[in-house]
Design a protein. Structure first.
Length: 312
C-alpha cells in the first residue's frame, strides 16, 4: 500500500556520509572533490521501489569516468555549474535528464555546484540500491581484494586475471548477485533542458498558477514541469493518478499543514487527496510526475523483469 504525503524542509534532510566512494579521482575518490548529498528520506511505500531525492553539493575536482546507469536521473542546477562531460556543463537553472542505458561523462568538476538530484528506476525496473546496500556491496568487493580508483573497480578473477569494471556497476552486481543489464538507449545522449526558453502558461483550472511544461519522456510519460504561484495564490487539491515529487525552488508555500521554504520537498502518492497548496508571497516549484510508479504500471514492470530474469 502506498504511503501518505511526505514533506521535508532542507534542515530535515539527512547528510549522506561515505567513507569510501566508487566515484571520484584517485583511490576511493579521495584525491579530488567529493559530493555532499543531503537526502530527503522519502518512503514511497511501493513494493520493490527505492529511489534517491537529494540536494547535492558537487565540490571542485570531483571526477567520474564516462558511464551509464541502469536507472533514470534528473539533475536541476541550483547554483554554479555541474559538469557532465568534456566541455559540457549544466548552468544554474538548467536541468538534465539522464535516461537509463545512455552514456555520459567523463565528469570533471571545475568549481563548486549545487543541484537537486533524483535517481529512480526507469522503465527497465532494475533494482535501485539503497545506501546500506551500497556499503555492503563495497565491503564485499574490498574483502575480496578489489580496489576503487578513478571511478573504476580493479580486481582479479578466479583464474588470477586482472580486470576492470565501472565502480558502481561492480557494487550493484556485488550486492544483487546478478549481472547488470542495460536497457537499449531511448535517447542518444542526455537531454539538456533550458527552462528560460519556455513560456509560462496560465493554468486553466487554478487562478494564480502558471506552468512551464519542460518535457515528457519514455513510453510511461515521466514528466517535468515548473509551477509559478502568484502572491496569495490558493491552489485547490485533487487526487493524483500518478506519484508526484515537488521541490520548492523559490519563495515559500504552505502544503499538507506545513510551511515549506525554498529547498523543501514533498512526495505525493497516487490516489491521495493532496489538499490545498498556497503561497502568501509567491513561489516557484519543480514538479516531477512518474506515471510508471502507479500501482498497475509498476506491477507490470516488475513482472516483466522477473520473467526476463528467470528465462533460460
Amino acid at each position: 500500500m502506498s504511503a501518505g504525503i511526505q514533506t521535508y524542509r532542507f534542515d530535515e534532510a539527512v547528510l549522506r556520509v561515505r567513507e569510501d566512494d566508487v566515484r571520484g579521482r584517485g583511490l576511493d575518490g579521495k584525491d579530488g572533490g567529493n559530493v555532499q548529498a543531503y537526502m530527503y528520506p522519502f518512503d514511497p511505500g511501493i513494493e520493490g521501489l527505492n529511489l534517491r531525492f537529494s540536494f547535492d553539493r558537487v565540490l571542485d575536482g570531483f571526477y567520474s569516468p564516462r558511464h551509464r546507469h541502469n536507472f533514470d536521473q534528473f539533475r536541476y542546477v541550483l547554483s554554479g555549474t555541474i559538469n557532465i562531460g568534456k566541455g559540457l556543463a549544466l548552468a544554474q537553472g538548467e536541468c538534465g535528464y539522464f535516461p537509463e542505458g545512455t552514456y555520459y561523462g567523463a565528469q570533471d568538476q571545475k568549481g563548486d555546484g549545487e543541484a537537486l538530484v533524483m535517481q529512480f528506476p526507469g522503465p527497465q525496473g532494475a533494482h535501485f540500491i539503497t545506501q546500506p546496500e551500497y556499503r555492503e556491496g563495497v565491503a564485499r568487493l574490498k574483502a575480496a581484494g578489489a580496489v576503487f580508483e578513478n571511478g573504476v573497480c580493479r580486481r582479479t578473477d578466479g583464474q588470477g586475471r586482472e580486470f576492470n569494471q565501472d565502480g558502481f556497476e561492480a557494487v550493484w552486481e556485488s550486492f544483487t548477485g546478478e549481472a547488470v543489464t542495460y536497457a537499449p538507449p531511448r535517447y542518444g545522449e542526455p537531454v539538456i533542458i533550458k527552462p528560460e526558453g519556455f513560456r509560462w502558461l496560465p493554468d486553466p483550472v487554478s487562478p494564480g498558477l502558471e506552468v512551464r511544461r519542460l518535457g515528457t519522456f519514455n513510453e510511461y510519460r515521466t514528466a517535468l514541469s515548473q509551477w509559478r504561484l502568484s502572491s496569495g495564490a490558493v491552489i485547490p487539491g485533487g487526487t493524483l493518478a500518478a506519484p508526484e515529487f515537488r521541490f520548492v525552488l523559490k519563495g515559500e508555500v504552505t502544503f499538507a499543514g506545513k510551511t515549506l521554504p525554498a529547498r523543501s520537498a514533498a512526495f505525493i502518492p497516487e490516489g491521495i487527496e493532496t489538499g490545498i497548496l498556497e503561497s502568501r508571497d509567491g513561489a516557484e516549484i519543480l514538479v516531477i510526475s512518474i506515471p510508471m510508479y502507479a500501482a498497475a504500471f509498476w506491477r507490470q514492470i516488475r513482472e516483466k523483469r522477473a520473467a526476463a530474469a528467470s528465462a533460460p
